[in-house]
Write a protein that binds this ligand. Structure first.
Ligand code: GLA
Length: 406
């Protein structure tokens, strides 16, 4: 019975599913690592050779991703953010990596990252300068797209500092064309809706999804729990608009994972993981994988939670209940009547939460098998009616996965 119903639902979904940017990439949210939140624009490789934006940092992270289980868990992209290049283009008008910090050049770095079975991402800016003051791509879109393709780059984050926001819909679409024209599949991450929002312009998300694989909607994440909550607030406020465009090939990007950095506790880190998972957010870590402590590594490697993030439906979960400090976010998964739920507790004390599963969209009459996937605990069979009670840790989260009982 469960199998037959699943079959019917999958076939219907195949017929109606909407696709975003049609470059075959990001069919599920991209996973990887990105330099910005942790390493910022540190270009002092003389005094801080391990922590500066230079080839060593990206090679080290690629090594850790392969050797410490991140690649096996699905993390794939190693992304260079701002401050990688010289302040001047070369005589042919091309961007050039800073030779002191990237002595082998970006192409060699891409070769190295590829040799480890991973992919390389890079950063530029739609305007005249990057946010950090490095050369922008305005007037150079084609040449920059070609340069990145020649170097073997696999992902591009295009920022929007020093630009006329009104020209972004056309300009970013031109970059999409320029990237497609290179013939190299390059995952395209756009910051365009974030700049529109900041200028009080309503983003045209249909157009954005047609042109970008992922896009930032909101302010930069900082290394703090408050920053994580602020981003979640924005996603809740805009959830209908944002969920409508989340699909294979096109995802909203609430910014990097800061798990394993200086500020989040273990429970808060679990909460960021559980929320980014239910939101179908890109899982781009910005931390130091060489020194991260085992409890945080374990959270990032939680395959059960990653599986929800990588659900083939590409759906973004939504907040369906809010009671005091606790909120409940749900996502129905690709397979019929499979669900994930994240309970988020913003308060200072643990909270007992009781609800009926049928009130949060669980419709299967024979009930569900339920697992606590943040802690890998089998909860067992639960009816859709009857109280389902959990304890959500203070300033933390609880997450379940449920599938229909046979
Ligand atoms: C902006 C972006 C950040 C980062 C910096 C780099 O603030 O939103 O993610 O790329 O620029 O300067």
């Amino acid at each position: 019975m469960v199998k037959m119903l699943r079959c019917i639902v999958v076939l219907t979904a195949l017929v109606v599913s909407a696709h975003g940017l049609d470059n075959g990439l990001a069919l599920t949210p991209p996973m990887g690592w990105m330099s910005w939140e942790r390493f910022r624009c540190n270009i002092d490789c003389k005094n801080q050779p391990n922590d500066c934006i230079g080839e060593k940092l990206f090679m080290d992270m690629a090594d850790r991703m392969v050797e410490d289980g991140f690649k096996d868990a699905g993390y794939e992209y190693v992304n260079i953010d701002d401050c990688w290049d010289l302040k001047e283009r070369d005589s042919a008008g091309k961007l050039q990596a800073d030779p002191d910090r990237f002595p082998s050049g970006i192409k060699k770095l891409a070769d190295y990252v590829h040799s480890r079975g991973l992919k390389l991402g890079i950063y530029n800016d739609f305007g005249t300068k990057t946010c950090g003051g490095y050369p922008g791509s305005l007037g150079h879109l084609e040449v920059d797209a070609k340069t990145f393709a020649e170097w073997g780059v696999d992902m591009l984050k295009m920022d929007g500092c020093y630009a006329d926001v009104k020209t972004m819909p056309q300009g970013y679409s031109n970059m999409t064309k320029a990237l497609n024209a290179t013939g190299r599949p390059i995952l395209f991450s756009c910051s365009w809706p974030d700049y529109e929002r900041a200028s009080k312009i309503q983003p045209d998300y249909k157009l954005i999804a047609k042109n970008c694989n992922i896009w930032r909607n909101y302010i930069d994440i900082q290394d703090s729990w408050d920053s994580v909550l602020k981003i979640i607030d924005y996603y809740a406020q805009e959830q209908d608009t944002l969920a409508a465009v989340s699909a294979p090939g096109s995802f909203n990007d609430p910014d990097m994972l800061i798990i394993g950095d200086f500020s989040l506790s273990v429970e808060q880190a679990k909460a960021q993981m559980a929320m980014w998972s239910i939101l179908a957010a890109p899982m781009l870590m910005s931390n130091d994988l060489r020194t991260i402590s085992p409890e945080f590594r374990e959270i990032l490697l939680n395959k059960e939670v990653i599986k929800i993030n990588q659900d083939p439906s590409g759906k973004m979960g939504k907040r369906v209940m809010q009671d005091g400090d606790v909120e409940v976010w749900t996502k129905s998964l690709d397979l019929w009547e499979e669900h994930a739920v994240t309970y988020l507790n913003r308060g200072d004390s643990n909270q007992r939460v009781s609800l009926q599963l049928k009130n949060i969209g669980f419709d299967y009459i024979l009930g569900y098998e339920v697992r606590d996937i943040l802690n890998h605990i089998e909860i067992g069979h639960r009816e859709r009616e009857g109280n389902f009670t959990v304890t959500v840790p203070a300033k933390g989260a609880y997450m379940i996965y449920a599938y229909p009982s046979e």
